[in-house]
Design a binder for this molecule. Structure first.
Ligand code: URA
Length: 434
């Protein structure tokens, strides 16, 4: 099949057959098409979308582009959690050790930052020495010994997604329902889990600005995941403003550790407790949500979840001392502040603008080759609903004095609004499927 014919067919709104989708996916996995043709196909899919049958076939082809791992020889129920991507979304860093401390087996294969959103792998790599590239025997060994392991896609798992994910990031083709569905589920199905908690983000900082879009994605993922034998629970959660207070890799690791110590921001802690609880419940370790929540809270307050995190860091080559001394994590050399120009209540904080500002500081990538700077980012000193006086710090900017700092600060200046009266705040969890 000629690449240009398949691209043209999709461009003109045609439905690709299983064989045609398989050809595209194999081309991505094995380098049969140059990047410009893969990118053109991604753009055609972005504009034309896919039918439910195409989405299911595309996901299957992505799984079959590599190896399906079997975790059957390892003890426990294997459960993972994945997010469609947001700003300040460091939930995975907390829920993996939290669910493992409750007895779940958590093989978590994650991705890098995409567009203005952060990625779990970039956050983990802020920890000096932490290895996200593990061989298959290491992956199995750590999972068995610790109960959780956090790693990048191995070369064998969904290699087509690895290629397409990197291209989407730099070709404006991230926000696309079938591409997101196949990207997430191919990795999850291939990694050998039986249960999946999915967090579909909704709002300015996500790839789903409206609830209608978020719901369509959530329903598609729930349907395709279930059809592939996974027990799936999908949450639609608010991403109008960043989650927690920290945005930026090292800063987010610090906030995740604070949360595992029981000292995290309220919104972030609550989402972690709910989603770790869902993992525990789906894995059959508690008979209902109330029991699962109690287990999770006990794992937090006893320090068991923090101990799991420390053990995972050590076993994966990271410096476990960062857990007790955040000064051992990368620190940005410079600080700047964005101050309130009027008094009142913070009404909105646009997560996308804050994510873009963090990207300009170096926390994310503008091109696939860019190196992420672990230390830079933004700390939110005020959040929606909080009172603010003139001159108070709204954002603390951690930076390395690069040329783009002024642009990032200008973006942050525009990212919030202040009202005289307390605003009505969106709910954290908007909907739950299954
Ligand atoms: N996470 C993924 O793995 N893929 C996407 O497309 C979006 C979020």
């Amino acid at each position: 099949m000629r690449a240009v014919e398949l691209i043209t067919k999709k461009r003109d709104g045609g439905e690709l057959s299983a064989a045609e989708l398989g050809c595209f996916v194999q081309a991505a996995a094995h380098g049969h098409w140059p990047d410009y043709q893969l990118s053109a196909m991604l753009m055609a899919i972005y504009w034309r979308g896919m039918t439910p049958a195409e989405t299911a076939e595309f996901t299957r082809a992505m799984v079959d582009s590599g190896k399906r791992l079997s975790l059957d020889h390892l003890p426990g129920v294997h459960v993972d959690k994945h997010s469609t991507g947001g700003v300040g979304d460091k939930v995975s860093l907390v829920v993996a050790p939290l669910a493992a401390a409750c007895g779940a087996s958590v093989p978590m294969m994650s991705g890098r930052g995409l567009g203005h959103t952060g990625g779990t792998l970039d956050k983990l790599e802020a920890i000096p020495g932490f290895r996200v590239h593990l061989s298959e025997p290491e992956f199995f060994d750590i999972l068995q010994r610790v109960g959780c392991v956090m790693l990048g896609q191995t070369a064998e798992v969904a290699p087509a997604d690895k290629k397409l994910y990197a291209l989407r990031d730099v070709t404006g083709t991230v926000e696309c329902l079938p591409l997101i569905t196949a990207s997430i589920l191919s990795k999850k199905i291939a990694e050998g889990i039986s249960c999946l908690v999915l967090d579909v983000k909704c709002g300015s900082g996500s790839f789903n600005p409206t609830l209608v879009q978020a719901r369509a994605l959530a329903e598609t993922i729930q349907r395709v995941g279930t059809a592939n034998g996974l027990k799936v629970r999908t949450y639609i959660t608010d991403m109008e403003s960043p989650l927690g207070n920290a945005v930026g890799n090292s800063l987010e690791v610090i906030e995740a550790i604070d949360t595992l110590r029981g000292r995290g921001p309220v919104d972030f802690t609550e989402l972690c407790v709910v989603q770790a609880g869902a993992m525990v419940e789906l894995a059959g370790l508690a008979s209902n949500a109330v029991g699962a929540r109690a287990m999770v809270q006990q794992a937090l307050s006893s320090g068991a979840a923090l101990a799991k995190f420390r053990q995972m860091v050590q076993v994966q080559g990271g410096d476990p001392a960062i857990v007790d001394d955040s000064g051992k994590l990368p620190q940005a050399p410079e600080r700047a502040a964005v101050l309130a120009k009027s008094a009142g209540y913070i009404a909105t904080q646009n997560a996308r603008m804050i994510g873009l500002a963090a990207m300009k500081l170096g926390a994310g990538r503008a091109t696939a080759e860019d190196r992420v700077v672990p230390s830079v980012g933004v700390v939110l000193h005020k959040k929606p609903g909080e009172r603010v006086r003139v001159g108070e710090v709204i954002y603390e900017v951690h930076h390395d004095d690069r040329a783009e700092v002024a642009q990032a600060i200008a973006e942050l200046e525009r990212s919030y609004s202040i009202t005289d009266d307390p605003p009505e705040l969106p709910k954290l969890i908007l909907e739950v499927l299954a």
